[in-house]
Design a protein around this ligand. Structure first.
Ligand SMILES: C[S@@+](CC[C@H](N)C(=O)[O-])C[C@H]1O[C@@H](n2cnc3c(N)ncnc32)[C@H](O)[C@@H]1O
Length: 286
């Protein structure tokens, strides 16, 4: 069977997903699949395509099938050990890069200080946030996760993208295993924030992804509450914290908690207009 025939026949799966699966099986790109519709497909390839199409139809994320996910224009390795990176997390990275650039410019005038910023990525998963910051100039990023399996993926991505010498992976329940004397210039966090009721609704969509990556207790903010409680002893005097959260109620609740510790807060909406990023600093943010 040829590529064009398979594309014509398989109507029970989205065209983009089908082409991505074909490209994965044939070790080529989606563009090349479209460019070569006359390509003959061997029986083995057809069998694998059928198997992956069946898995996709059962809801297995495409990224787990193709083992890749694009994030901030880079290709990351992903599998069932980590959350599939979401596009909204790019907003967290954009804000962190903005702050990082400002802080580096500020530090360049201060000859007495080490110009490298100390950055921590809490709940690193596949490492997308910390690794992207390292790819954009961060000299040293500590990537933390409670899951040792996730850290194996983060390490593999750091090596794949050539920043392994800038990334330190630490297995820890929040800051528990981080040296108590270490304070950070920028802390980014995408910790679990799905509430128990949302989890019930989402179950069919996210059942392939690690529960520890998504479920944040009854209200969704249990892990974040503990995290915010640790910030006063972990954030430098001129430091910034940036968190991804799931909407206005969570942003307000965690914002109030931060304010209770003396931080000033600001928030950013995602492209869908949903409150998404909470930023905290000891100084005025405007
Ligand atoms: C929503 S996922 C985010 C993964 C990745 N940073 C991203 O943006 O795609 C949350 C991550 O936090 C980790 N995590 C959950 N509880 C944690 C804890 N108490 N301490 C550290 N990491 C935790 C999970 O293992 C998971 O990798």
């Amino acid at each position: 069977m040829r590529v064009r025939e398979l594309l014509r026949r398989k109507k029970d799966i989205g065209r983009t997903d089908l082409v991505a699966i074909m490209a994965f099986v044939l070790a080529t790109t989606s563009e090349r699949i479209y460019m070569d519709p006359g390509r003959e497909l061997a029986r083995e390839a057809l069998e694998r395509i059928d198997q992956y199409v069946a898995e996709r139809k059962k809801g297995r994320p495409l990224s787990y099938i193709t083992r890749t996910r694009e994030f901030f224009s880079e290709e990351f390795f992903v599998d069932e050990r980590v959350l599939v990176p979401r596009p909204e997390t790019e907003l967290l990275v954009e804000e962190a890069l903005r702050i990082m650039t400002e802080r580096l410019a500020h530090k360049s005038g201060d000859k007495s200080e080490d110009r490298g910023l100390r950055i921590l990525d809490m709940g690193t998963g596949s490492g997308i946030i910390g690794i992207t910051l390292a790819r954009h100039g961060a000299a040293a990023v500590t990537c933390v996760d409670i899951s040792g399996d996730a850290l194996l993926v983060a390490r593999a991505n750091a090596a794949r993208l050539g920043v392994q010498d800038r990334i330190a992976c630490v297995r820890s329940d929040l800051f528990a295993a981080i040296n108590a004397s270490m304070r950070f210039d920028i802390i980014v966090a995408n910790l679990p924030y799905v509430s128990a009721s949302e989890w019930e609704e989402l179950m069919t969509d996210v059942k392939f992804e690690p529960k520890t990556a998504l479920l944040g207790g009854t209200l969704g903010t249990e892990v974040y509450e503990r995290f915010v409680g640790d910030l006063p002893s972990r954030l430098k005097e001129d430091g910034f914290v940036l968190c991804e959260l799931g909407g206005t109620a969570q942003i307000e609740a965690m914002g109030d908690l931060m304010k209770g510790h003396g931080l000033r807060v600001d928030s950013k909406k995602d492209l869908a207009g949903r409150d998404r990023i909470l930023i905290g600093s000891w100084k005025n943010l405007s």
